[in-house]
Design a protein around this ligand. Sequence first.
Ligand SMILES: Nc1ncnc2c1ncn2[C@@H]1O[C@H](COP(=O)(O)OP(=O)(O)OP(=O)(O)O)[C@@H](O)[C@H]1O
Ligand SMILES: [Mg+2]
Length: 504
Amino acid sequence: MNDYVLAIDQGTTSSRAIVFDSSGSIVSTGQKEHEQIFPKAGWVEHDPHEIWKNVREVVGQALTTADLTHENIMAVGITNQRETAVVWDRTTGKAVYNAIVWQDTRTQKIIDRLGGDDGPDKYKATVGLPLATYFAGPKVMWILDNVDGAREKAEAGDLLMGTIDTWVLWNMTGGADGGVHVTDVTNASRTLLMDLKTLSWDESIAADMGIPLSMLPEIRSSAEVYGEGRRGGMLPGVPIAGILGDQQAATFGQACFEVGMAKNTYGTGNFMLMNTGTELVPSKNGLLTTVCYKIGDQDPVYALEGSIAVTGSLVQWLRDNLGLIKDAPEIEQLAASVDDNGGAYFVPAFSGLFAPHWRSDARGALVGLTRYVKAGHIARAVLEATAFQTAEVLEAMRADSGVELSELKVDGGMVANELLMQFQADILDVDVVRPKVAETTALGAAYAAGIAVGYWSGEQDVIDNWAEDKRWSAQMDEDERGRLMRTWKKAVSKTLDWVDDDTD
Ligand SMILES: Nc1ncnc2c1ncn2[C@@H]1O[C@H](COP(=O)(O)OP(=O)(O)OP(=O)(O)O)[C@@H](O)[C@H]1O
Ligand SMILES: [Mg+2]
């Protein structure tokens, strides 16, 4: 009877639940988008209660579609948008404020204050990250500083904090009635609060941020039984046995288990992770050092990461804010209506620039415009922006790791776009490879949970199940590649130094 594993993928734009069988194939799916709340420029919020409701709804959809009940589910894995922070009351289960999303830049002043004379690298040796608005800890600090009564309640031990994995797990396991307050090492490594070597909270950083230790979840591995679905819920008694941040989950689902193997996920943003094994590799070129995964009591495996804030969300922006396309896939036809970008370059520095620049003073720019440029060129510039940003990250990855990638495994919503994939291979001069199961994020979380309960025996099953779907190789000549990259870098330079006291 108990034949499947369920993954919950709580993402930035939607929540998905996917049932997988033992071959790693999709049996059924549920998916629902949630509201993106933009209270002012640079602020991005989600309603955590809407998210929890959607999670339950999509689990119901996935089970019902395949005519399954909880009795058919061996284990549940959770994967999530990372760095998004929630603070809630442990007695009522109510969030004291909306979730502050990873793209949100409101913590800039907190960041500057925390860095002081030491600057953005103040905690880097301990946590692997530069001080930036991207990460979760300072978002919690903002809530405690700005929500009436929050700090007093936090100090009295009445509030809990968590990234979205923790919020979902706590609710699934009973909420105010005995919910498990736990996170995994990969999510904890995105808070600016976890010591990468000891995998425990750094008390002095928590003190700098004024975050009481009583608010913080317990840090556990990525694959072990954390708790069971609550009685009366949809998954009563089912072990919840895997947690991985979405990008680490995709790395796991892509079977990047050897040192030097890398994947790139094209979703709301783009995230390239390279496995560096049990060695912590500090970055000199604007990448992050992060935990890749930790299976049970095995040693942790680390990764270098290049995070790009805006890629697929620029396609959504073209759809929602400009109305140039009706849906995301339509951008491919529009881009194919012209031969090249017509001289237009679009640098989507909507949340500043992340890797490898880390410039919070940057804002978006569309440059190179002339009367010649039309909608097709802008569509192309939008797609090319994803590929150019990826090329910059790959360059940093090479410099930091010394590894020459022979191919790049890709996944995420944008890899359906063949024009983009060809351009990506052209601009990287590296083969781009898409797997048969493109839902690698959910798949990775399912594998972590399934391995923890013995449904799969270990990484070898993941490797055996992985299969190539399509491959793109470079067709562009070296001169053209060089010219395009040089012009892109010039475009990037036009976005810097934009935010100052007048624009703030
Ligand atoms: N054919 C396409 N061409 C270009 N972009 C696309 C295409 N299809 C989807 N996208 C973009 O891909 C993104 C969705 O990808 P995906 O579902 O992997 O996102 P995601 O990051 O997992 O979402 P979430 O943030 O909810 O996890 C959207 O931003 C969308 O604009
Ligand atoms: Mg996702």
